[in-house]
Design a protein around this ligand. Structure first.
Ligand SMILES: C[S@@+](CC[C@H](N)C(=O)[O-])C[C@H]1O[C@@H](n2cnc3c(N)ncnc32)[C@H](O)[C@@H]1O
Length: 198
């Protein structure tokens, strides 16, 4: 099964924030669940809510294998969700009041990031918490040498990938009625952004 050491390293610090942010959330959708290590860990440790994993179709076999093997009753089998295609609205809870996505915005092209925010703006209820985890730039500057090297590496793999400016991400969120509540420093030069719509 695909395995991410980064997920193992960051899952506890992220969970510590999610316990607070999602304390009054009931239905959380995860976009770009990847290996599913976050999905199984967060669902098991946030038993008051339902966690819906998702990813592009090509990831689903391995993702659902992990969910079947070590998932908890409040973790739903992952479905296919590509932010640039029609979102599977019939499978998304009409009461969706939480969204989580880790390490996705720097993989997606800018057009995909725009599609991500347009889609979640339509999928979310009027009251909702959105958590986005990953590296970000501030005023066009990398926040560390390692993030600058990471950005170079990303662009070698795909010229359309790259670490995003936080100001742009905040603007896209605002257009969907989401206000930044906190921008939390995390280990390894990552950030955890909490947006809320209410
Ligand atoms: C670096 S992985 C992160 C996986 C996991 N969230 C983690 O933190 O380890 C990037 C993820 O973004 C997803 N992704 C990329 N483009 C996407 C798109 N257009 N729609 C949905 N997910 C996408 C990939 O499929 C992959 O799961």
């Amino acid at each position: 099964m695909p395995f991410s050491q980064a997920c193992e390293n960051n899952k506890e610090p992220i969970l510590a924030e999610l316990k607070n942010i999602f304390s009054d959330s009931q239905q959380v959708l995860e976009i770009g669940s990847g290996t599913g290590q976050h999905s199984v860990h967060f669902a098991a440790n946030l038993p008051h809510l339902t966690w819906q994993a998702s990813d592009q179709n090509s990831y689903l076999t391995h993702l659902n294998a992990r969910i079947e093997l070590v998932g908890s009753p409040n973790l739903l089998p992952a479905f296919g969700l590509d932010v640039t295609l029609d979102w599977p609205t019939s499978r998304i809870s009409p009461m969706l009041d939480g969204l989580f996505s880790a390490n996705t915005l720097h993989i997606m092209s800018k057009a995909m990031v725009e599609a991500f925010f347009n889609g979640l703006g339509q999928a979310l209820s009027t009251t909702a918490n959105v958590v986005i985890y990953g590296p970000f730039n501030y005023q066009g500057q990398f926040s560390s040498d390692s993030n600058a090297s990471f950005d170079q590496w990303l662009k070698q793999n795909n010229p359309e990938s790259g670490i995003r400016d936080i100001e742009w991400v905040i603007k896209l969120a605002q257009e969907q009625g989401l206000r930044l509540q906190s921008d939390i420093e995390m280990p390894a030069n990552n950030r955890l952004l909490h947006f809320r719509r209410c």
